[in-house]
Design a protein around this ligand. Sequence first.
Ligand SMILES: C=C(OP(=O)(O)O)C(=O)O
Ligand SMILES: [Mg+2]
Length: 423
Amino acid sequence: MNNTIKSISSLEILDSRGNPTVRTYVELNNGIRSVASVPSGASTGKNEANELRDGGKRYGGKGVQKAVDNVNNHIAKVLIGKNVNDQKDIDYSMIELDGTDNKSKLGANAILGVSMAVAKAAAQSSGLPLYQYLGGVNSVRIPVPCMNILNGGEHADNSVDFQEFMLVPHGAPSFKEGLRYVAETFHVLKGVLKKKGLATSVGDEGGFAPNCESNEAAIELIIDAIEKTGYKPGIDLSIAIDSAANSFSPNLDDNYDLSWSGLGKMKTADLLEKSAEWIDKYPIILWEDPVSEGDWDGYVSFTKRFGDKIEVVGDDNFVTNTKYIKKGIELGACNSALIKLNQIGTVTETIEAVRMCREAGWRYFLSHRSGETEDTFLADFAVAMDGGHLKTGSACRGERIAKYNRLLEIENELRGRSEYRWK
Ligand SMILES: C=C(OP(=O)(O)O)C(=O)O
Ligand SMILES: [Mg+2]
């Protein structure tokens, strides 16, 4: 059957924050049809690929009709007739058509939707589940679900500076059990917060967003919840943090303002002293963006000091772009990179970023965005990339649960062949 592209079209839909985003359909000449939706970040790195927004009054300027029109009127014309299995050629044709460094002409949101929908159509056309089409027959490792259970920073209007506190069920025997550990602890944490008179409303990724006195107080609440659920901190469940330090470094340099949670202003060296105290005292297994994206020396010092003990992940500094990841590898800034499809804008370039990490002996941490849709592409992609862990939010929001449920489905489908391990 003919697996060439017959038509491509896009539509403006809403994401989990109620903001417009792009949904794209690809139809093949063999009758196969796929659909993909594009996520959107709030705490973005300066060098992320450009998310094209309309400006003007509609949706407060956040409309994506221009990106949708770019798919319908420009991208479709170039790709119709191409073999859907030629993912790399298709992605690089769009990059060439765009012609800018950051995809600002067509929009990374326009390009990514097509790229993801092409991969899905190709998988269906090959008669394979997406994770196997992208990763091969040995794609059997289900990622450890680093579940966000407490939000701060740009993702909540509370008094916590750090953006994300995640539970990492590395001691569980399977994904299914790991997900149970974190979902149970999520519910127990709600009771712990209630008892202390703290809010149980949630932030953008579905983690609770209480007004804790400090970042330390937030960690202690989580440890209390782990113990009350009947798990052992550091053995069954550990903690991952995304400081998203850009949000408390006004000039994105080595000056930090943690006044919100009572620590005041400090330089990198003091921030590292505080981090050392916490890494010593608490079961922290992974730390993302502990310093701001401009503080490369800070990343290097942090990794030198703690890289043997914990995973040090770069997000806002690397933006899933091999140009910056390469710099990070050369400098020894971090030992892992966060991987977000829409930071770079095509499936092919995202895979190139993963490959670069792998070749350097780094880990790579697959991630959703704070603005998501019900699309489950990320779940399959994480299995295909074989990175061993992913973050995709809490146990109480449908757009996050969609990914977790898809991973349960994949683990079940693999029966006894699936693997689950932290490293
Ligand atoms: C997921 C994140 O948030 P956002 O999507 O807002 O960048 C992050 O910073 O890792
Ligand atoms: Mg981050």
